[in-house]
Design a protein around this ligand. Structure first.
Ligand code: ZN
Ligand code: ZN
Ligand code: ZN
Length: 165
């Protein structure tokens, strides 16, 4: 089993870098996906599309990905309809795309979440109080490297299920 950081299709926006939403007045607006680095909204004139990809850390298992059957790619069929010179047409286009569930590895993945360390609140340092040598009623605030995350500010946690995109 290997641990890898994979560039994987953003599960939030499905790789589009943006998503649409309806507000209370049923006005549809386009938002930049924050999960993959975008932000803002079309309606406010500050739309910034995300990349459509996110970096995640995974354990790569020695088992075939069931979504793509180990190929690392999935085949999709895109159907388009329209009016052509000889009347209506229906076109089908086949295309392959990197598998959203395994990031192209062809193996089952288990995500390793990068959580903010709760002990130091992601700062990497923890505070402790040291009593004064001379007056026991006085304490000094001191900082030391966080004992839980060893200063990284991040605590990793393995998912208990197979990643599905
Ligand atoms: Zn996204
Ligand atoms: Zn796959
Ligand atoms: Zn910590």
């Amino acid at each position: 089993m290997k641990t890898k950081i994979l560039k994987i299709k953003c599960p939030e926006c499905g790789g589009k870098g943006e998503y649409t939403d309806r507000d209370y007045d049923h006005i549809i607006t386009v938002f930049g996906c924050e999960t993959c680095g975008g932000g803002g909204a079309e309606a406010y004139g500050d739309l910034k599309k995300g990349t459509g990809y996110v970096r995640k850390k995974f354990d790569v298992l020695n088992e075939k990905c069931q979504v793509c059957n180990g190929e690392g790619k999935n085949t999709y069929i895109e159907t388009s309809y329209g009016n052509g010179f000889f009347g209506k047409y229906c076109k089908e286009r086949k295309f392959k795309e990197e598998c959203y569930a395994c990031g192209g590895t062809g193996k089952k993945l288990v995500e390793i979440y990068q959580n903010k360390c709760m002990r130091c609140n992601g700062k990497g340092k923890e505070t402790y109080w040291e009593k004064s040598f001379f007056r026991s009623s006085v304490s000094y605030e001191r900082k030391k490297t966080c004992s839980k995350c060893s200063g990284s500010g991040v605590c990793e946690e393995r998912a208990s299920f197979i990643y599905e995109g």
